[in-house]
Design a binder for this molecule. Structure first.
Ligand SMILES: C[S@@+](CC[C@H](N)C(=O)[O-])C[C@H]1O[C@@H](n2cnc3c(N)ncnc32)[C@H](O)[C@@H]1O
Length: 298
């Protein structure tokens, strides 16, 4: 039987509906678009376009992996974040749309895009937060740290592919331990899921995102306990920390941060109104003098 863009799209969407997927048509369009290398506009305007057998087989193989609950981004090896394309690897989290809240929060707090800011991204993964920021601040430089050497390698590669290789530097390290000097903004999306809840994650997450990127320890807050230790030392007098948090974690994370002598600046909310980004500043009295940036290369 001759398959066309339209017939493949319809049969893929029908099978996804039957398998209980949310947004089946969107998934089917993304899968077809990526495998056939055609735009959504072309897909919709030329449904009669005939697809050769080899391509049909490739679409079906891709959909088989989707039915097995492998995220399309993992199959394709890439994910769009802040309208930039990021390569994924087995060592990196698949960036989530809600993490763009951190980028938006930084843009709101630093309205002058020409400032020569220095960013630090703790737990950088693909480097998505840092590189999104560098795309918005052409004179800024940034440092990304990850405990996973594989993640740091992927982030470095993304920086190069996106054209930020000269302004982004990636290190393997334990949160801020290998960094000294003062930053203008520190961003972090640390793992914040309690270990006991990991078993409840959907297979798309549990089987494909690295545990190091998810596991927040007994109470989900272990990463915050650790990384908060370095914030006072690394934040300049006007600098701000921006950290992603789970939707019910605001009071607990604020207490951890305050216990380190920082002041909570506020929260950014997600579309459901839950606080998902905590912002904190160094206590003006306790702020230390700037000593310039020094990073330990690996
Ligand atoms: C939730 S993922 C976030 C990745 C990326 N920033 C993003 O938003 O997509 C958390 C990241 O923290 C890293 N990580 C975990 N423990 C760490 C530690 N002790 N020091 C530095 N990075 C760590 C993980 O490897 C992972 O890349």
């Amino acid at each position: 039987m001759t398959e066309t863009v339209g017939s493949l799209l319809d049969s893929a969407a029908a099978a996804l509906i039957q398998a209980g997927f949310d947004e089946p048509r969107r998934i089917a369009r993304r899968a077809l678009g990526a495998v056939l290398e055609i735009s959504l506009a072309e897909m919709l305007s030329r449904p009669e376009k005939v697809i050769e057998d080899l391509q049909v087989r490739r679409v079906r193989l891709t959909l088989d992996r989707v039915f097995a609950r492998e995220p399309l981004s993992r199959i394709l090896g890439r994910r769009e974040f802040w309208s930039l394309e990021f390569a994924l690897s087995a060592d990196t989290l698949d960036p989530r749309p809600e993490t763009e809240t951190i980028v938006e929060a930084v843009l709101r707090r630093f309205p002058d895009r020409h400032l020569p800011l220095r960013f630090l991204d703790l737990g950088t993964g693909t480097g998505c937060i840092l590189l999104a920021l560098l795309s918005e601040f052409p004179n800024a430089v940034g440092f990304g740290v990850d405990l996973s050497a594989g993640a740091a390698t992927t982030a470095r590669r993304n920086a190069r592919l996106l054209g930020f290789g000269d302004r982004a530097h990636f290190l393997v390290g334990d949160w801020g331990a290998a960094i000294s000097g003062k930053l203008d903004a520190i961003v972090a999306n640390p793992p914040y899921i309690a270990t006991t809840l990991l078993g409840e994650l959907p297979p798309e997450v549990a089987l494909h995102d690295p545990r190091l990127a998810l596991d927040g320890g007994k109470d989900g807050l272990q990463a915050y306990h650790s990384l908060a230790m370095d914030l006072g030392r690394l934040l300049g007098s006007k600098a701000i920390f921006f950290g992603e948090i789970g939707s019910c974690q605001a009071p607990a994370v604020a207490a951890i941060i305050r216990a380190r002598g920082l002041v909570i600046e506020g929260y950014e909310q997600d579309l459901a109104g839950a606080p998902r980004c905590v912002m904190a500043k160094a206590d003006a009295v306790a702020a230390q003098k700037s000593v310039g940036m020094r990073c330990l290369p690996v």
